[in-house]
Design a binder for this molecule. Structure first.
Ligand SMILES: Nc1ncnc2c1ncn2[C@@H]1O[C@H](COP(=O)(O)OP(=O)(O)OP(=O)(O)O)[C@@H](O)[C@H]1O
Ligand SMILES: [Mg+2]
Length: 256
C-alpha cells in the first residue's frame, strides 16, 4: 500500500481534480484505491456524487475515537473507495492541535490499513493551507504528488513545497517523505506562458515532472458539478485521455 498526499499550499491548482480523476483512472486500471478527502470544503466528496453525511469523515479517527476503516465508503466505481469529508473536519484543526502526537494522528489512523493492505494506493486530497490537516497528510504519506497550474508564479509555489518537504524530513516526523511527482495542470498549448512555465519547471525538476500534462478543458471544470469523474462524464475527451495517460505513467513509477 502506497500513500500519496496530493498537496500544494496554493489554492485552486487542481489538487481535487487530480485526486478524483487519477483515483478513478487507477481504479479503472484494476487497482484498489482509497481516496481520503482531507479538505473540509468536501470538494472530492461531492465530485464523486456523494452527499456530505455528518459523522462520516476522518474527524473521529483523527481524534483517536473511531476507526478509519469504519469511515470507508464504496463509490459507484468498482475498486474506488472514499473517506468523505464533512464540516466537522474544520474543527479537527483546532481539536487535534491540543492532542499529543498531533502531527502523527493521520499516520496512526492509517496504520491498521497498512498491515491489512486492502488498497494498492491511498490518495489524500489535501486542503490548500499548511495547517494541522495538511501537515498530518505529509507526516502520513510515502510521497507527495504536487499539481501545479501552468501560470506565472508556479516555480515560486514549488520551491515552497520543496522547503516544506525538507522541513518534514529534517524534523524527524517523516524522514522518508519523497517528492514523488509534479503534474502540470490547466495547460493551455495555445499560450506561450503555459509552454514557458512547463519548460522552466522541467528544467528545475527534470524527471520528477510527469510527461502527461493536464489540459485546461471546459469538461474537466464541469464534471464535478455532475458528481462524475471525467472518465464517466466525458470518457472520450482530451481531459479523460490526459488523466488516463497520467494514471499509466503513475503506475509505471509506482509499481515494482
Ligand atoms: N484541467 C482543468 N481544466 C479546467 N478546469 C479545471 C481543470 N482542473 C481544475 N479545474 C477547475 O478549477 C477549479 C480548481 O480546481 P480544484 O478544485 O481541483 O483545485 P484545488 O487545488 O483542489 O483547489 P482548493 O485549493 O480550493 O482545494 C475547479 O473549479 C476545477 O473544476
Ligand atoms: Mg481541493
Amino acid at each position: 500500500m502506497k500513500t500519496i498526499a496530493v498537496a500544494n499550499q496554493k489554492g485552486g491548482v487542481g489538487k481535487t481534480t487530480t485526486s478524483v480523476n487519477l483515483g478513478s483512472c487507477l481504479a479503472a486500471e484494476g487497482r484498489a484505491v482509497l481516496l481520503i478527502d482531507l479538505d473540509p470544503q468536501a470538494n472530492a466528496t461531492s465530485a464523486l456524487g456523494l452527499e456530505v453525511a455528518e459523522g462520516m469523515s476522518l474527524y473521529g479517527p483523527l481524534l483517536g475515537e473511531e476507526l478509519l476503516a469504519d469511515k470507508v465508503l464504496p463509490t459507484r466505481f468498482e475498486r474506488l473507495f472514499i473517506v468523505p469529508a464533512d464540516i466537522d473536519l474544520a474543527g479537527a484543526e483546532i481539536e487535534v492541535a491540543r492532542l499529543e502526537d498531533h502531527l502523527a494522528r493521520l499516520r496512526m489512523a492509517l496504520a491498521p490499513l497498512a498491515s491489512d493492505a486492502p488498497f494498492d494506493f491511498v490518495l489524500i486530497d489535501c486542503p490548500p493551507s499548511l495547517g494541522i490537516l495538511m501537515t498530518n497528510a505529509l507526516a502520513a504519506a510515502d510521497e507527495l504528488l504536487v499539481p501545479i497550474q501552468c501560470e506565472y508564479f508556479a516555480l515560486e509555489g514549488l520551491s515552497k513545497i520543496v522547503n516544506i518537504v525538507g522541513k518534514i524530513q529534517e524534523s524527524g516526523i517523516n524522514p522518508a517523505l519523497a517528492l514523488g511527482g509534479i503534474v502540470m495542470t490547466m495547460f493551455d498549448s495555445r499560450t506561450n506562458l503555459s509552454q514557458q512555465v512547463m519548460q522552466e519547471v522541467r528544467k528545475h525538476f527534470g524527471a520528477t515532472v510527469y510527461e502527461s500534462a493536464i489540459p485546461r478543458t471546459v469538461r474537466l471544470g464541469e464534471a464535478p458539478s455532475f458528481g462524475k469523474p471525467i472518465i464517466e462524464y466525458d470518457p472520450h475527451g482530451v481531459g479523460a485521455n490526459a488523466y488516463r495517460a497520467l494514471a499509466k505513467e503513475f503506475l509505471l513509477r509506482n509499481l515494482p
